[in-house]
Ligand binder design. Structure first.
Ligand SMILES: Cc1ncc(COP(=O)(O)O)c(C=O)c1O
Length: 397
């Protein structure tokens, strides 16, 4: 018999009833150090007082009106995002997947309006992840995500990660845009080096293409800048955002330059819930915190501390960990034994970490994690490494 919840997830045998800062708490009181943050969602940790206050205040005033009317919280959040980024305009969604949908539509509409309707193709990369909608799976193109779901939305070309020559060769008169994550999250914390991101920008400028960045996982302070592409000193034309922007409330956004958004006039796109007062009340509180003076400096300082300790851990347990990769508080530990074993051992050590491709365990703690919690996390990771190393030693050759 099929379970009452559609069985599409492989869930861990854990259930939490409460969250406090960097901690998740089970009904029996067991406290787990949360280095997953809902997969880079709880940017300010669990039950942050400012977010709780923003949400409850808004809940007492007005939940929902639809986008038939002006929504002041939405306007305020859009103004903040425009002031803080490359963007001239923002559309609010409820998730990263929906942000992907609009990014693709916006790029195609741009070329349609520019009398180049043949330009529909979007170039994407192996190992990428852009959500689970028809456009999202077609964009990523992996067998794992697309198997059995055909016919796939046409107009995506998949290229090897980091192969500049293949990319250049793939550009033709049907190409509209390049879509890329500055750091692949699901793909195993694979950063695109700054020089490559700059190269993509140059390539787009040279061929008149739009550069679409998917910062759903790496954005909103996660790498120590408000958005990850800022490290490379470039600007995209369109950017997908979600996860951290809502701090745990379902909220996403597409940010764009005026030129890229020129086709998106009244009636061309919409969402019932996108930019709803509750979501935007929380989003405003998140933005106020992440952009407050000193917040990102502290993220960078803590990221340095964690990285240093993780490098030492990897050096101490070469039979368990191969390398640390990533940026800021978006880090990956490439594992030697199956990553599933490492994640299970972390659960035994009362700590949540997140598996990803390339046999990598993701560490995506709340940006508010404290120095003491970082030390505690590394202590628990050492226990994990010890347990996994001992277990593999015991296995018959
Ligand atoms: C880079 C990236 N893009 C898109 C998505 C899809 O976002 P959502 O699950 O909110 O639809 C994710 C989710 O993990 C992601 O990491």
């Amino acid at each position: 018999m099929i379970p009452s919840v559609l069985p599409t997830y492989n869930r861990a045998p854990l259930q939490f009833v409460k969250g406090e800062g960097s901690w998740l708490i089970e009904a029996d009181g067991r406290r787990f150090l949360d280095l997953g943050a809902g997969i880079a969602v709880n940017a300010l940790g669990h039950a942050h007082p400012a977010l709780v206050a923003a949400l409850t205040e808004q809940a007492g005033a007005l939940w929902h009106t639809s986008n038939l009317y002006h929504i002041p919280q939405q306007q305020a959040l859009a103004d903040k995002l425009v002031a803080a980024t490359f963007a001239d305009t923002v559309f609010f969604t409820n998730s990263g997947t929906e942000s992907c949908e609009l990014a693709v539509k916006m790029a195609r509409k741009y070329f349609f309006e520019k009398d180049q309707p043949e330009r529909v193709d979007i170039l994407t990369f192996d190992g990428s992840f852009h959500g689970r909608s028809s456009a999202g799976i077609a964009a990523a193109g992996s067998e794992k995500m697309t198997h059995g779901f055909g016919p796939l939305l046409p107009g995506f070309k998949h290229l090897p990660f980091g192969d500049h020559d293949a990319l250049t060769a793939a550009i033709d008169n049907k190409t509209a845009a390049i879509l890329v994550e500055p750091i692949q999250g699901e793909g195993g914390i694979r950063p695109l080096p700054d020089v490559c991101l700059k190269g993509l920008r140059d390539l787009c400028d040279e061929h008149g293409l739009l550069l679409i960045l998917d910062e759903v996982q790496c954005g909103v302070g996660r790498t120590g800048k408000l958005f990850a592409h800022e490290w490379a000193g470039i600007e995209p034309d369109i950017m997908m955002v979600a996860k951290g922007i809502g701090g745990g409330f379902p909220l996403g956004a597409v940010l764009a330059k005026a030129e890229a958004a020129l086709g998106m006039t009244a009636g061309t796109h919409g969402s019932t819930y996108g930019g709803n007062p509750l979501g935007c009340a929380v989003g405003n509180a998140v933005m106020d915190h992440v952009t407050a003076p000193g917040f990102l400096d502290d993220v960078n300082r803590k990221a340095g501390l964690l990285r240093q300790k993780l490098e030492a851990l990897v050096a101490g347990y070469p039979s368990v960990f191969e390398e640390v990769r990533g940026s800021g508080l978006m880090l990956g530990l490439k594992c030697v034994p199956p990553v599933g074993d490492v994640v299970s051992a972390a659960y035994d050590a009362e700590m949540a970490i997140v598996p990803a491709a390339e046999n990598t365990a993701r560490l995506l703690p709340p940006l508010t994690i404290t120095d003491d919690e970082i030390s505690e996390a590394v202590k628990r990771l050492e226990a994990v490494a010890h347990q996994v190393a001992t277990t593999s030693d015991e296995q018959p050759a």
